[in-house]
Design a protein around this ligand. Structure first.
Ligand SMILES: C[S@@+](CC[C@H](N)C(=O)[O-])C[C@H]1O[C@@H](n2cnc3c(N)ncnc32)[C@H](O)[C@@H]1O
Length: 218
């Protein structure tokens, strides 16, 4: 007997959340676009299920494995945030080079890292074979939005306006396998889109459900 999808943690208004490990759930799903923000090994404490301080070869192998669970026919477009540090290690050690890089420009960010530069942009890796000649056009590959304070108690919330701009570029059902506080899903809901989220920590699933219940004036 085949493995079946678990009961959704939440399902309403075309938005579905699964609480669990995306490695188990991804093979059971399909979506038009993956838009995600995985743990990119910068030492954050997400909870007991994530080690965000792995040796780089291990992290690159982990990300290879995640990408292999997102094959092209089931997921034709994949976009993933990544730090410059993680990307440079991945380009050296990983197996699946991105097909394009978008840039999230965040002019007022005060974050510092090991590099002598203050990072004012973050790569968004794109994997996908679609071309303009096939009728696809996603517009600019630069998205400019300042960082916003974490409002919902998750350590790395992405700005909602950034996620609305990113989600708005693509057609169809959006899947975020590393959903966190559910910013991608909230953006999808604001735009009247179908979306699926997966999150391994139940405390973040709870937060996402609260965010989705909020009335938003756009
Ligand atoms: C960088 S955060 C995402 C933050 C999100 N973009 C937001 O705005 O709130 C990555 C999330 O992936 C979750 N995670 C880590 N490993 C996972 C796995 N194997 N399956 C599902 N979720 C996972 C972590 O608990 C964390 O909440």
């Amino acid at each position: 007997m085949g493995v079946s999808l678990p009961e959704p943690y939440y399902e309403r208004d075309d938005i579905v959340i699964y609480h669990g490990d995306c490695h188990d759930i991804l093979p059971l799903l399909e979506a038009d676009v993956i838009i995600t923000d995985p743990p990119y090994n910068c030492g954050k404490n997400y909870g007991e299920h994530t080690n965000d301080r792995l040796p780089w070869p291990e992290w690159c192998e982990w990300w290879d494995n995640c990408l292999e669970l997102m094959p092209l026919p089931q997921f034709p477009v994949i976009l993933s945030f990544m730090s410059q540090t993680a990307l440079s290690h991945y380009l050296r050690l990983g197996l699946h080079r991105p097909d394009w890089l978008l840039s999230w420009v965040k002019p007022l960010s005060l974050a510092v890292c090991a590099s002598p530069f203050m990072p004012h942009w973050e790569p968004i890796c794109y994997w996908g074979r679609g071309r303009k000649a096939d009728g696809l056009f996603f517009g600019s590959d630069v998205l400019t939005h300042n960082v916003t304070p974490n409002e919902w108690g998750h350590p790395t919330e992405k700005p909602i306006k950034l996620m609305r701009e990113l989600v708005g570029k693509f057609e169809g059902t959006i899947l975020d396998p590393f959903m966190g506080s559910g910013t991608t899903l909230r953006a999808a809901k604001d735009l009247g889109r179908k979306a699926i989220g997966i999150e391994i920590e139940e405390k973040y699933c709870e937060i996402a459900v609260k965010r989705l219940a909020q009335e938003v004036l756009l």
